[in-house]
Design a protein around this ligand. Structure first.
Ligand code: NAD
Length: 469
């Protein structure tokens, strides 16, 4: 059975330990992932430190050209990597699944390579001229989750190296192998030491984020871990980009054509079987629209094939791991116990962490399935009578990643949008991220943004050069 390897200083390393990875759709073994020890973390950080000065000295154009070569490698290997993602993470090859994840990896590599971030004259008069330059921070620690393992790693890595930093990436212990393969391939066009990996659980993540040579932490994951990352960052005063969990509300405004939006609502909630940070996790609908929303979503859910994502006709895969599987089951059974209207759709295979697509009506704010991030294929649908109450409900939780308004008249929605407490408010779409558009959370969903020019600035520090004339 194959043992996958970390890349440190441009070379595949011999793992100190390894552990087996299983396909969540059928429990078959996929091979072994390496498990780094503390010495490997030190070696990976040292290699990133050694490579950083010369990487930063290269011209911006040189780095942009190399990043475009990375995009080319991702494109050339996307089918290989997509199959690995499907086997390891569970999302299907087809539809909005692993091929879609690979397309996103390519796009989110090409765009940072195409952007200009030039020095900016911030003040000038007869006596002085002040120019703000953007310089790299040094070594970036990137800590990734298991839901979109390659795409989120790319979001963290690419802007960082584009701006002259070097990186040590730790993928999630649940989904390391597709990421390790991607990094091995990318290293073909990067100078040794620019992009390194370590693997293991939170202890290795903690060792990495506490390392004295780390200058910036990019973290995507849960709120609980986010708080530990903040503590770790205090040691080096490292700036952090924190992309944490969400519990996004979508509000369907009265008068909306339900049939026309039903498919977008469905995928807004069930993308990657709901294992997406900015999925619709609470759907608020007006009393008068409730029956129609239930019926349209039920009809779509009933058509979806659930199963092993290697089958091209499957559009919904399993949950990625048993921890998440048990958590989602518990939230559904809590709703059942509380007398909610729980409707299940789809034939679920016997093996694997599969759950049916589940719509839950007759449910209110304050119940666990509404108030806790479910991160699975289940959607609570909550009725409202007054729009102002729906907005208050949407804002009533600590999470503030995304939110959406669905309306016949986009001008009405646009007027309400600033009242929603979320990093992004979408209108007639949900989760519609774009590599040019800054994305990040409000409130307990984190701070800092990724993507676009703002995302590039976030992996630099300002250096102002002030000249007396
Ligand atoms: P998690 O916090 O359990 O783990 C994320 C990563 O942190 C893993 O690599 C893990 O090994 C590492 N880690 C754990 N403890 C650590 C420590 N003390 N120090 C350093 N690293 C540590 O999260 P998860 O379960 O992998 O991901 C799911 C969560 O991520 C959900 O809440 C989801 O909403 C959120 N998420 C957010 C976004 C976003 O962009 N905002 C995107 C995807 C996922």
């Amino acid at each position: 059975m194959h043992i996958y390897r970390n890349t440190v200083d441009g070379t595949l390393t011999e793992p100190a330990n390894h552990y087996e990875i299983f396909n969540p759709a059928n429990m078959q073994s996929l091979g072994f992932a390496p498990e780094s020890d503390e010495q490997e973390v030190d070696r990976a950080v040292q290699s990133a430190v050694d490579a950083q000065k010369s990487w930063a000295k290269r011209s911006d154009q040189e780095r942009r050209d190399i990043v475009q070569k990375v995009a080319h490698i991702l494109e050339e290997n996307s089918e290989y990597l997509a199959e690995l993602i499907t086997r390891e993470q569970g999302k299907p090859l087809s539809g909005l699944g692993s091929r879609f994840e690979m397309q996103a990896c390519v796009g989110w590599t090409q765009v940072p390579a195409s952007l200009e971030l030039n020095p900016e004259v911030v003040y000038e008069d007869d006596e002085r001229k002040d120019t703000l330059h953007r310089v790299p921070l040094g070594v970036v620690a990137a800590i990734a989750p298991w839901n979109w393992p390659l795409m989120i790693a790319i979001w963290q890595i690419i802007p960082a190296i584009r701006m002259g930093n070097t990186v040590v990436l730790k993928p999630s212990e649940y989904t390391p192998i597709a990421t390790l393969e991607m990094i091995r391939l990318i290293n073909q066009v990067l100078p040794a030491g620019v992009l390194n990996t370590v693997t293991g659980d939170g202890n290795i993540g903690s060792k990495l984020t506490h390392h004295p040579d780390i200058s910036k932490i990019m973290f995507t994951g849960s709120e609980a871990t986010g708080r530990r990352i903040i503590e770790a960052s205090a040691r080096n005063l490292s700036p952090i980009t924190l992309e944490l969990g969400g519990n996004d509300a979508a509000i369907v405004m009265p008068g909306t054509n339900i049939k026309a939006i039903a498919m977008d609502l469905f995928w807004g909630a069930f993308l990657n079987a709901g294992q997406t940070c900015a999925c619709i996790k609470r759907l608020y609908v007006h009393d008068t629209d409730y029956e129609e929303v239930m019926s349209e979503l039920s009809s779509i859910a009933g058509q979806m094939k659930i199963g092993d994502g290697m089958d091209e006709s499957v559009l919904i895969g399993p949950l990625q791991n048993s921890m998440q599987f048990e958590k989602v089951k518990e939230l559904i059974s809590d709703a059942q116990k509380n007398g909610c209207d729980v409707r299940e759709f789809g034939n679920v295979p016997d093996k694997g962490y599969f759950l049916p697509l589940t719509l839950v009506g007759d449910i209110k704010d304050g119940q666990r399935l509404v108030d806790e991030e479910q991160f699975g294929p289940v959607l609570p649908i909550i009725q409202y009578s007054e729009l102002s109450d729906a907005i208050a409900s949407a804002n009533g939780l600590e999470a503030g990643l995304g939110a959406s308004l669905w309306a016949h008249n986009t001008a009405d929605a646009n007027e309400l949008a600033p009242r929603l407490e979320a990093g992004t408010v979408w209108i007639n779409q949900h989760g519609a991220i774009h590599p040019m558009v800054p994305f990040g959370g409000n409130k307990a969903s984190g701070y800092g943004v990724e993507f676009g020019i703002e995302g590039l600035k976030a992996v630099t520090q300002g250096r102002t050069i002030s000249i007396k004339k």
